[in-house]
Write a protein that binds this ligand. Structure first.
Ligand SMILES: Nc1ncnc2c1ncn2[C@@H]1O[C@H](COP(=O)(O)OP(=O)(O)O)[C@@H](O)[C@H]1O
Ligand SMILES: [Mg+2]
Length: 219
């Protein structure tokens, strides 16, 4: 079976500064959760941006379901891979919860009936059903983060890359998040979670682990 994501022999350097990221062969399987751990500043977010096509490697390549990201636009990548930013507020822009959910489908002129149904279903499932008309500005950290995950799922992504999703969440919201991850795995989604939160690492202690240390990625 083709892995959901495969990374091979990546080398990346920012234009400014001397940070260098190197990553040998690495695969992320569908239907599995992989933990990406490492200290602050080790290069986890850089790796996530390379995988999601926001940054382009100087050498090596990333394949999503067998297709090189070099041949895919960000929009095409986004249909397969959903990237939850380290600060999910940065990916909310449409005003209200409902507009956030329907913005892209509306832009793409997708049929309204099925789109609305999907949006309702996801919001209910993630405990946001009653907040449909709420301005995203007034959402709590946990609500904002669940909404960002919902908007990613609206696009049909089958692989989720979550950058430090527990930061800023209280115990209750962290527990909700773990349940959501369990559900998504049962549905067959692939997930990679960047974290240095011990609780999350313990909760998914059986998960395969990728380590990032001073720009070097290893298994
Ligand atoms: N746009 C940028 N330009 C130059 N250096 C950057 C940029 N973004 C991040 N860095 C540097 O890259 C290194 C890794 O950062 P990052 O990937 O955000 O680490 P982590 O997510 O593990 O905390 C850090 O030294 C950081 O300062
Ligand atoms: Mg980071």
């Amino acid at each position: 079976m083709i892995p959901a994501i495969s990374v091979s022999d990546l080398i990346f350097r920012y234009d400014k500064g001397d940070f260098l990221l190197t990553c040998p062969q690495l695969h992320f399987a569908q239907g599995e959760l992989t933990l990406i751990t490492g200290a602050n500043g080790s290069g986890k977010t850089t790796l996530a941006k390379l995988i999601s096509g926001i940054l382009r490697p100087s050498q090596g390549q990333v394949q999503i379901y067998g297709q090189s990201t070099q041949s895919l636009s960000l929009g095409e990548i986004g249909k397969k891979l959903g990237y939850l930013f380290q600060d999910p507020s940065r990916q909310l822009f449409a005003g209200t919860v409902w507009r956030e959910m329907t913005y892209v489908p509306h832009l793409l002129r997708q049929e309204q009936g099925p789109t609305d149904e999907k949006a309702h279903h996801l919001l209910e499932r993630f405990g946001l059903g009653k907040l449909r008309e709420r301005s995203t500005y007034y959402l709590s950290g946990g609500e904002r983060q669940r909404l960002a995950i919902c908007t990613i799922l609206m696009g049909g992504a089958t692989f989720l890359l979550l950058d430090e999703p527990t930061v800023g969440l209280d115990k209750q919201n962290r527990t909700i998040l773990y349940g959501i991850l369990d559900d998504l795995l049962l549905e067959g989604k692939g997930i990679a979670v960047i974290t240095h939160e011990n609780e999350l690492i313990q909760r998914f202690s059986q998960a395969p682990r990728v380590r990032v240390e001073s720009g070097q990625v290893s298994l």
